[in-house]
Ligand binder design. Structure first.
Ligand code: FEO
Length: 170
């Protein structure tokens, strides 16, 4: 049986992960409008990953005999000034998620909830990867500055991200 404090915090994290997905989807729309389809594809993939993260918590709560309670979400950011600004916000967001995961891990450890700690290990590792991937793009954008040719090449490179479905044609 899942301890109530851990269950409540995991329900909150379902919302946080969906919110991250919502943010990335909004960023994908910005890039699509800015004629940067590779960036948009990268963000769509990121958004899908966040939905999967949310569902991991969802399934875990149910597997432990807990109650899933979905909370209300705020709207995402809808206006962005530049690709650099988007990735600054994305990295900031990932750091927030890392702090959320660490707090959850600490809570589970304090409650001697070993199953939850084992489950959360995956997220601890995943956050290292998430911050690295986002940070790498941000660093490249900082190096590029205003160079539109380099931005075009980066867009092509990011578009090669494999784990996202192409939008339906037509
Ligand atoms: Fe689910 Fe990007 O953190």
């Amino acid at each position: 049986m899942l301890i109530k404090t851990v269950q409540d915090a995991m329900n909150e994290q379902i919302k946080n992960e969906f919110y991250a997905g919502y943010q990335y989807l909004s960023m994908a729309a910005y890039f699509e409008s800015a004629n940067l389809p590779g960036f948009s594809r990268w963000m769509r993939a990121q958004s899908q990953e966040e939905m999967e993260h949310a569902m991991r918590f969802y399934d875990f709560i149910l597997d432990r005999g807990g109650n899933v309670v979905l909370g209300a979400m705020e709207g995402p950011t809808v206006e962005f000034g530049s690709p650099l600004e988007v990735f600054e916000e994305a990295l900031e967001h990932e750091r927030t998620v890392t702090a959320q995961i660490n707090a959850l891990y600490g809570l589970a450890a304090g409650e001697n909830d070993y199953a939850s700690q084992t489950f959360l290990q995956w997220f601890v590792t995943e956050q290292v990867e998430e911050e690295k991937n986002t940070g790498d793009v941000l660093e490249t954008l900082r190096m590029i500055g205003e160079g539109s040719e380099a931005l075009f090449l980066l867009d092509r490179e990011l578009g090669n991200r494999a784990n996202v479905e192409q939008p339906e044609a037509g």
